[in-house]
Every structure is written in C-alpha cells, then in structure tokens.
Design a protein. Sequence first.
Length: 396
Amino acid sequence: MKRVFLALLISLSILPNAQAAPKSVAVQLGSAYNALAGTELFLLSGKNSIFISNPVVKSSDIQVTAIDPSGNQIWQRIIDSGVDEVAMAVTSDSLGNIWIAGSAALAQIAETPTSLIGIDNPDQVSIDGTSPLRTDMNQLALWKVSATGELLGTYLSPEKFVPLLTGISASNSGISVIGSLDGKPFLVTASTSGVFGKVITIGTSKSELNAVARNSDGSTSIFGSSAETLAGKKVAGIRDGVLIKVSKTGSITSLVRSSALKASRSWVSGDSSFLVSGPVQTGKVIESAVTKFTSAFSPTWTLRLPSAGASTTLSANGNSYLAFTSRGAISGITGWKPTAPSLLVLTIDSKGVLKAATALPGLLTPLSLQYSPARGVVGLASGEDGTVSIFTLVSR
C-alpha cells in the first residue's frame, strides 16, 4: 500500500496538470474611436496611424493618409495614374517604408485618327472606333511610399487575370505577395527594387492562402487552408489549416496540416514569429484557435475559445495578442459574459498563459493588429453597422 501511495505521489509530481492552475484575469476596458472615413487598410508608422482607402473620382485611386495621435493630418498621398488602381494589402519594411500591394490597369494608347479630308463621307460616319480609356486591372502592382509620404516607386507585373491579393510581407531579402489568380492560390516574390519573380501556383480553388511572412533568408511562410492534397499531404478533416514554407527558389520545402478530424479549420492570420489563428468548426460548434509554432512548424502551445470565427494575431513586445469575436464566457477570465458576440483582445505570454483580457464594447470584427514602441498595440475593427474604428488596449 505504501509503495502504491509513493508511486502515486511521484506520478503527480511529474504531470503537467499537477502544476498550480494559472490565476484568473479580470477583463479590462479598452478605448475606440472612429477611423478615417473609407479606411480599408491600416498600419502603424512610428507615432502615426496610416489609413489607406480606395476612393473613386474619375477613376479608382489609392489614398494614403498619416494621422498623429492627436488626430492631426501629417501628410496625404494620392496614387493616381489616370486609370484604375486598387490597394488590397499593406506592410512596412525595416526602414519604415510602406509597401502597398494591389491591382492596376494600364492607360490605353489612343490610335491616331484617320484623316477624312478628301474622302467622300456625306453621312459623317466615324471610320475609326473609339479606343478604350484603359485595359483590365490585370497588373499586379506594388507601390513603395516613404514614411513621410513620398511615392518612391511603382512596380507592375502583367498577369493573364485580375489578381486578388490577400497578403504582403517585406524583409531585407525582398517582398512576398499572396492571393489568387483565376481562382487559383499563388505566391509571387519581388526584390526591393521591384523585380518580380515568376508566379508560383499552390493548389486549386479548394485551397486558400490567407497570410504570409517573408523570412530573412528569402524563403516565405504561408498560412491558409485546404480541402485537397497538397505536396503529397492528404486532407485530415473536412478542411485543414495549412502551414507552408516555400524556398527562395520557389519549391515547397515544408507543409504541415492541422489534424482536426471531422472539422473545418483555417489559419486566417499569421506572422514571422509563427503565431497563427483561425476558426475551427466541428458540427455547429465554432471556436477560434490560436497556436504558437516553432520555425519548424511544431506547436509549442495552443488555445481554443468559443467565438464567431473572426480573429487576427500579433507578436510584439515578448507577448502574443489575439483579437477575436467572442460569443461567451471564457474560463480564466472574470467579468466577461457577453450577451451578444463582441470583440475581445487577449494578451498571452511566451508559455501560452493568459496575462490580460481587454473588452471593446461596440466593436465586433477584428481587421488588423499593429504595434510600434511609440504607440503600443493598436487595432482596426468594424462594428455591427460596418463602421470601422481604431482601438487601443488602454482605457481613456
């Protein structure tokens, strides 16, 4: 009997769940205010908030506006070639330059009209047809804007179809852009001087590429989902979250699938620290999963929380941040019992332990999380009425 009791004590001492349970955190209240009207993309640049919109005047243009913490406009840049251009994704590089990815049209060169002098044309019928003002928006475009608003470069790559972009990442080794062409997911890279590589197609319309991180060695990490075999890896659930590493030469060197059986899972957010999040649906149950991976795509910790599915992540200041649409009470968080889906931001330490929870009343869907030493963590989210707001984790 003594031996059994001693063995039981030893086994309890080495089990992870024998450790003291983490202390509960009380939900805190953050702050929110309206973003610039028409904002579609958001970035922090030092103390300034960078708002990007796609206004339509005579053509579709790109408007980039820098606003300081007091709400004063510091500068504004309109990108307008005379024909259409649309911004779809944005990032910044180590020098503070702003890189915008999107699609653009080229101005159509008008043909010289044929002279009618000396030609019998009593009915004044136009012999030459009217030339179109632009081509289709099938140019994959990169715009480089300095931290002070100067347009430093416009780089175009002609494609057969209109590119629909979902992510961009920049490092000293170059630029990586993901999206879809004719329904097929793709990756394309470019040098910092705007020289494009060839388009690399990954899967079919049964796969999605949602987030991208450019690595310092020129390789690219991609986060998304797939309901088909990729790189020889078969589907484990209904739809799997996938993590893909592509070498600088364009070959897939690693691909890891989630293993949630009978579930539909997707990674919709991810960064260079391999912090990812996304929805997991099993039957009618929907959760948001957040996982920290190593560079070899091995999970170090993970959390699954009841949600409405939308989420985004950020690695900054030694912490992991998850912004998601929460729909119920969460174990370990006191004072959080939403009566309707609402935005909640969690601060998580390096071991996956919850440090803080911040509520943002009136906001619903997280769109972006950003960080700068001058401003801390700042996010972009939409409310139930679609109004877009900026939020911080500090109550005013």
